[in-house]
Design a protein around this ligand. Sequence first.
Ligand code: NOJ
Length: 767
Amino acid sequence: MKKNIITLVFSFLVLSLSAQKKPMEEFVSDLMSRMTLQEKIGQLNLQVAGDITTGSAQDTQVGGAIADGKIGGVFNLKGADKIRALQEIAVKKSRLGIPLIVGMDVIHGYETIFPIPLGMSCSWNLEGIENSARIAAREASADGICWTYSPMVDICLDARWGRSSEGSGEDPYLGSLIGAAMVKGYQGDYSRNDNIMACVKHYALYGASEAGRDYNTVDMSRLRMFNQYFPPYKAAAEAGAGSFMTSFNIVDGVPATANNWLINEVLYKQWKYDGFVVTDYGSIGEILSHGVGEDLKEVSAMALKAGTDMDMCSMGFLTTLEQSVNEGKVSLTDIDRACRRVLEAKYKLGLFADPYKYCDKKRRAKNIYTDENRTAARNLAAESFVLLKNENNVLPLKKQGVIALIGPLGDNRANMVGTWTVAYTPERYSTVKEGLERAVGDKATILYAQGCNVVGDAAVQEAGAFGKPVPRGDDAKMRAEALAVAAKADVIVCAMGESAEMSGESSSRADIVMPDVQQKLLKELVKLGKPVVLLNFTGRATVLTWENENVDAIMNVWFGGSETADAIADVLFGDKVPCGHLTVSMPQAVGQVPLYYNSLNTGRPVQSGADKYYKYRSNYLDVRNDALFPFGYGLSYTTFSYGDIKLSSAEMENDDVVTATITVKNTGDRDAYDVVQLYIRDLAASVSRPVKELKGFERIWLKSGQSREISFKIDASMLCFYDAEGNTVLEPGKFDIMIGADSRHVKTTPLILKGSKERVETGRAGE
Ligand code: NOJ
């Protein structure tokens, strides 16, 4: 026994000392030469470690399995002590002492929570978003985590899908920049103990679930995949993301987790990816539910051969791969490839050099939920809010008189953060009521009433609560109380909308209007004839048509994170000027979805802005085509004017660079940010191209009265598109160059590309 322990300690020492000296390939080859087939397969098995699950893990008795070398990683366990205990089992009790990789869904912060990703994207602040990932990594790594299942870069055009809250909206260009920024923020160069590994998800196309129903069928052309859905995955891979997660859906009929074309051909061969691929939760087992494959053994072999390396919670790799090898259905080369990629990830993270690198208990006090982190979260939350309407400049509010705060989100702590907050500590966060009270001090009076439930039907409200409940009461009684409170006020602020978990995984909604009882209360409040401000809490684009017609001011506050309350007060009272711009089109009616600004023109288009129905044109009898609030839209407490676009040349060759310049002026009386947006349309191509596509933007700070010339450099790369095989295509012809403050209000000028047609092979895919 004693001898065994000595041998184990010795093998660990050899492992860690040699890890510091040998280059990765040599180190991993050496280690693998000493591994049995079972030990290699064990590295491919990822399990939930305890506390938190999102499905039903088949085996949570992890300690013994780790000692037996049957687990390569664990996830969603909180606490450096608990993690260290598991790591010690791996290092001290397993034969080769290979450390675990320890993951968590650190999606928009750890204990300091930032806005939900959709909200963050509306800041268009890449530096701020990268910093949020940096802070999330610092906090999570101080608590034992070295791997996060973020960024989620799924493009989504259908707001019914609850998981649109987890992504960056509908645009592939912006989504690519945000995905890459987050990867950079999390990972750095892995050299420090506060860098963690990113996991880009969900590869691929998960956001295109039919009818917005979660886990539903996906079916689309390859042209659309490459041009509209793939770019953020590709950008995140190119940014060096250490891992990818497969998606639950099918792609071309084959579940993504077993899709050879998607993983081996596109990700690895075409994009030259060099990280590892983990499946989503139980998705190997779900291949069978898709009606593909005979049994767990067959689908596990399919998934491995398609290029996945680690099995999250299906237990398929662990329980079947050895037999498949013995039967010649899986080759040792496939096992070795997967094992090598997993070990490389551990090497990159420095776990062989120090398996306890992320288990420094002293860091918690210094790194988690610090004032500095909270300030960053508060600033980004304020920047994520999108002011949609501000009739008669109702906002900003003055810190005076009586303010009635009404609504089920007005005095709730847990719901401020939105979905995916595994490590959050709600008891430390403020409610909106507390935030407003802090901001006004004794200058104004804040009166509060909940006013209604979130949803009239208790069963629906509770189904969507997932541990973040809002107290329930009698709607009629609560409404009467709220009306009495509001009657005493000078202005009414409504904290209404969705509760935190009404978006996120498994939270699709067939209708996306303000829930019934809330809308009823809002209508009564409006009848009081006082100024009404709606703070719309939401994890998706919602339909605000009635609200837009009847409420004085609307600010979309998404779910701003742990510092939501103070951030709302900052913007509501004008200490900060709202500067968020939508990254999703907000529909007039749910029947318009999927709705997105970068659509194709069709053969029978109607003009954007058309205000009536046209027979035999592509439109509806009952609703106009336009979004209620378009992509890129967002008001401020100041105003901006845009001049005309000046091009350095109206024509260009393939290698030329043309500069597009526009003068933007702050014409109001507040200093503020604006987001100047560049869109391009390819007017005559070999395939139909979108009516406009975002190709650049600049977030600028302008003082009141200040003008600035903003220039964008246009080169051939911005005029290209992908063909159905993923090759880059450049075609000469006419383009429209558009610049504006949102995707609808743009100045336009033509540009001619005179150059020759070019097709750049970006790799072979599909054979
Ligand atoms: C399922 C979700 O789809 C995925 O986003 C998440 O990372 C995993 N569960 C792990 O919790």
